[in-house]
Design a protein around this ligand. Structure first.
Ligand code: FAD
Ligand code: MLT
Ligand code: ZN
Length: 510
């Protein structure tokens, strides 16, 4: 029998150790441009007349120029990248965004659109002195149709706030991720964020009904429809989903919210080996069918490091692999019957060694907290090299093992992720950044991913850290079409330069 969850979870605490870290000079990361040897492109340089112009468009308090005020907007969440921006602009309306971009375009001033700055590939912070356009003040909910489930809101709304709002109307947001308390819906859309329940609710290309975005020249593109079906010409909203601020600034969003599930259960299980974990996934899909809402995995090192560094407690014993299985359904009796049948079957078969299951919201939250804390746990040791890749399920865990051998005792290598989506996160946690370790990891990891037909970015995007590796996953013709689109929508290249698109190699230039 599965043990009850009784003891454990009360002492888990929700403090986010990482977000409390202060920016003292001793922990300031190196400038990205120096760390990764990047040359500044030929953009304009901010002058006092520009600052005055921005102050005339926005109120003074929404134009930050003080170095210490600007600093947090220059550093990414994992403290890997650091830009050198001198100014942060915080527009409140689409019209303000439009005026800012139109001015920047005319004066060839580069910009970096920014949401909650939780991105993990360095896309959300400048590289040099790009102007940060942070959408935090565009946080209004515009409308909610609780019959169709269409929510319309501004891009700077925090995901968790939106989820709380729609829950009051018996709906949920179609995505959930560990960064929900800080990330913006506009950032989610711009990265095409995946998250913990993509397996059930699909990706944002399916859920986003409409988008309003501002192009580099200040033109407001209005595709803010709330219809499920609209085949009138090119599906332009998709250009902005996942384009990481390189094609436009997303200002408003219409998104479909599914019904709030009436019955939710979550199980946390120990598994003997990866082969059994895959068998369990196959069995969960067939036994739980439409109620399966998440199937997540973490290896032993992920969980042990997380509970140790974040001072949490593991509700079950020590196992080689852990699996989190969640169900969302509409009938508690029907769902628990299904779940119990599946669990007894797989305890008996030995695929599940031990575990704990709960339907109590507070306990569910606490188990998810362990899973969501893995992302930041390694940072407490000093530095984390983060990899987010898609792999065929039969190869899903191999790369972790290969890397452990390759890295040796230089760092801790652990893997966790969204098994249901073939998406593994491989973290390499060391006491500090070192060029030697970096060279051991990259491009090796991407070569290995390409060999088995995987993707070098499953859900975090390309950002600043991966343009030079994009060719491992994108064909030349596809890359050329991306460049053509960029040229047409942002001919001066002011929107998030140094991100997503690689520079054209000399041999490809005429
Ligand atoms: P930012 O980090 O500010 O920006 C990300 C990119 O989007 C940048 O390129 C930026 O220029 C662009 N951008 C932001 N807002 C706009 C806008 N309005 N218009 C145009 N461009 C814009 N990601 C996942 O996919 N799945 C996960 O499960 C997941 N879990 C995470 C857990 C933790 C603890 C953390 C720290 C991160 C996690 N992430 C995850 C990564 C990150 O949270 C997501 O990429 C998120 O969608 C970024 O949103 P943001 O508002 O913070 O955007
Ligand atoms: C996750 O699934 O936890 C996130 O994508 C963040 C991470 O990769 O660490
Ligand atoms: Zn993830």
């Amino acid at each position: 029998m599965i043990k009850s969850i009784a003891i454990l979870i009360s002492n888990l605490n929700k403090t986010n150790i990482i977000s409390q870290a202060k920016y003292t000079t001793s922990v300031l990361p190196q400038f990205s441009s120096e760390k990764y040897a990047v040359k500044r492109k030929n953009f304009g340089i901010l002058k006092s007349a520009d600052v005055e112009y921005f102050k005339s468009v926005l109120s003074e308090d929404r134009v930050l120029t003080d170095e210490s005020d600007v600093l947090p907007f220059n550093i990414d969440w994992i403290k890997n990248c650091r830009g050198q921006s001198k100014i942060v602009l915080k527009p409140k309306t689409t019209d303000e965004v439009s005026q800012i971009l139109s001015y920047c375009n005319k004066n060839r001033l580069a910009v970096c659109p920014q949401g909650g700055n939780t991105g993990l590939v360095g896309g959300s912070v400048p590289v040099f002195d790009e102007i940060v356009i942070n959408l935090v003040h565009m946080n209004k909910i515009i409308s909610l149709d609780d019959i169709s489930g269409a929510l319309v809101c501004e891009a700077g709304c925090i995901l968790e706030n939106l989820d709380n709002y729609v829950r009051d109307h018996n709906l949920i947001m179609p995505l959930d991720l560990g960064a929900k308390g800080s990330c913006h819906i506009g950032g989610n859309i711009s990265t095409n964020a995946g998250g913990l329940r993509l397996l059930r609710y699909g990706n944002l290309h399916g859920s986003v009904l409409g988008i309003e975005a501002v192009k580099a020249d200040g033109t407001v593109v209005d595709c803010l429809r709330t219809l499920k079906k609209d085949n009138t010409g090119y599906h332009l909203k998709h250009l902005f989903i996942g384009s990481e601020g390189t094609l436009g600034v997303v200002t408003k969003v219409a998104i479909h919210c599914p019904a709030l599930p009436k019955a939710v259960s979550l199980g946390f299980f120990g598994v003997e080996n990866f082969e059994n974990l895959l068998k369990l996934y196959k069995s969960a899909k067939s036994s739980l069918g439409e109620i399966l809402s998440a199937f997540e995995m973490a290896d032993n090192k992920s969980i042990s490091l997380t509970v140790e560094n974040c001072k949490l407690s593991n509700p079950i014993g020590d196992y080689p692999f852990y699996v989190l299985i969640e169900t969302h359904g509409s009938d508690e009796t029907h769902d628990s019957e299904k779940l119990n049948r599946f669990l007894s079957q797989e305890m008996e078969s030995g695929l599940i060694l031990d575990g704990t299951v709960t339907s109590e919201p507070a306990k569910i939250k606490n188990i998810w907290h362990i899973r969501e804390s893995i992302a930041g746990a390694g940072l407490i040791n000093g530095y984390v090299f983060k990899y987010d890749v898609s792999l065929p399920l039969r190869n899903y865990y191999d790369l972790v093992l290969t890397l452990r051998t390759r890295v040796g005792d230089r760092a801790r290598v652990y893997g966790y992720g969204h098994v249901g989506d073939g998406n593994i996160h491989i973290n390499v946690s060391a006491s500090k950044y070192s060029k030697e370790l970096y060279a051991i990891l990259e491009p090796f990891i991407y070569e290995e991913v390409a060999k088995v037909g995987g993707s070098i970015s499953a859900e975090h995007g390309v950002g600043f850290r991966k343009p030079q590796f994009i060719h491992y996953s994108k064909d030349k013709t596809a890359l050329q079409l991306m460049r053509d689109l960029k040229q047409s929508m942002d001919p001066n290249g002011i929107l998030n330069p140094y991100k997503v698109l690689p520079d054209v190699p000399d041999i490809e230039k005429d």
